[in-house]
Design a binder for this molecule. Structure first.
Ligand code: GDD
Ligand code: MN
Length: 359
């Protein structure tokens, strides 16, 4: 078999018949040059979607399979993974069940894969000629844009060649992916695949259509899942970054204490300790946090200059922000300090992965 098409469904009763017939037509099923393919629905529905899939399957000779799950482990992402496990072909195409991903685009994804050089072909809304016009409203458009930008900032290397890491429409060679290593939560299965594995990525534009029938399952809960997923995927880097930052703070204090023993003025001691810590942290980050990204970034002196400038600016800016929180917002000094340190941590991490180690 040449292609397994995996469609996760949750209460898509009025869409599945249309989907089956359009997929079969697009792949020229029943003709001499048909693409040898199967369609696998991985369904977590509570409505009559399974029955509708059965009747759609009965009315065509196109191979349609149904995996109905009683417990929707991992939601949409878990469903896609279950489909990839069950697929007969290594070449897996994933698409939504509501026809927002037009089946008529499948041949273009296949053709791009056949050109070679790619483990995954991403159907993108954000590449020239692509469009996200099917996104329901302005808010969805902005949520999609912002979360895409944030995600790309968090994975500048892995996602360098992909404009739409949040799409749910893609073709992937199962053999290139470590399926066991994936831990999908919620909607963003492609992000999980791309962030965990270094794959050769190709993109083709497509127009995100309107939903054929029914309602979207996107929700605030899915949004929270997404942030948890981002943090989990980035956990290794961020925690090493945090450990170095905390170690640096301890060293900073020790240097101040030591200089005070030699009667050095406390302000001079503070500045010397801060600069030594900034330089030490930079060297440790080079070695233990961003070692994978450094080779593709600018030269080490440029990286150092950016990191050094940012950390000094941040140390200076932190003081007026602290004053604002304590004097303006009447927060306790301890809480205000904790807030500024937490903000500084996030800002520092983002700046380093976005700017200092940008490819
Ligand atoms: N099996 C299963 N289990 N399927 C699910 C579940 C679940 O828990 N939740 C949603 N689905 C199915 C839906 O039935 C649909 O076929 C597909 O996943 C996408 O869900 P929609 O409700 O249509 O969400 P959307 O249109 O907001 O999201 C789509 O667009 C995003 C980009 O804006 C999806 O394609 C996302 O994957 C994509 O990232
Ligand atoms: Mn949809």
């Amino acid at each position: 078999m040449r292609l397994s098409i995996i469609v996760p469904t949750f209460n898509e009763a009025s869409n599945v018949e249309e989907l089956v017939s359009r997929v079969a037509a697009t792949l020229r099923h029943g003709t001499a040059d048909a693409v040898d393919a199967e369609l696998i629905f991985v369904d977590d529905s509570t409505d009559d979607t399974p029955e509708r899939i059965h009747s759609a399957a009965a009315s065509t000779t196109f191979p349609v399979r149904l995996i109905h799950r009683e417990h929707a482990e991992g939601g949409l992402g878990g469903a896609v993974l279950a489909g990839m496990h069950a697929a007969e072909s290594d070449l897996c195409l994933v698409m939504d069940g509501d026809l927002q991903h037009p089946p008529e685009d499948i041949p273009r994804l296949l053709a791009r894969f056949d050109e070679g050089g790619a483990d995954v072909v991403v159907a993108s809304r954000y590449v020239a000629d692509g469009s996200s016009s099917g996104l329901a409203d302005r808010t969805r458009v902005w949520v999609s844009r912002l979360s895409t930008a944030l995600t790309k900032a968090m994975f500048p290397l892995r996602l360098r060649n992909v404009s739409d890491p949040m799409t749910g429409f893609f073709l992937v060679d199962r053999q290139a992916v470590d399926i066991q290593g994936l831990h999908p939560r919620g909607f963003k299965i492609l992000l999980e695949i791309l962030a965990r594995t270094s794959l050769r990525i190709a993109e083709v534009p497509f127009t995100f259509a309107e939903r054929f029938a029914g309602t979207s399952k996107a929700s605030v809960k899915q949004g929270i899942h997404f942030f948890v997923q981002l943090a989990a995927l980035r956990f290794g880097k961020m925690s090493r970054f945090a450990v170095i930052g905390a170690g640096g703070a301890v060293v900073n204090l020790a240097i101040v204490w030591a200089l005070l023993q030699f009667q050095v003025h406390y302000l001079v001691a503070a500045v010397v300790a801060a600069e030594v810590t900034i330089i030490g942290n930079f060297l440790l980050q080079e070695r233990y946090v961003f070692n994978d990204m450094a080779p593709a970034a600018q030269g080490v002196w440029t990286r150092f200059a950016k990191s050094f400038t940012f950390n000094n600016a941040e140390a200076v800016i932190r003081i007026p922000i602290l004053a604002l929180l304590v004097d303006g917002w009447h927060l306790s000094a301890v809480i205000a300090t904790a807030i500024t340190l937490a903000l500084a941590f996030v800002a520092r991490f983002m700046f380093h992965s976005l700017v200092v180690y940008a490819p």
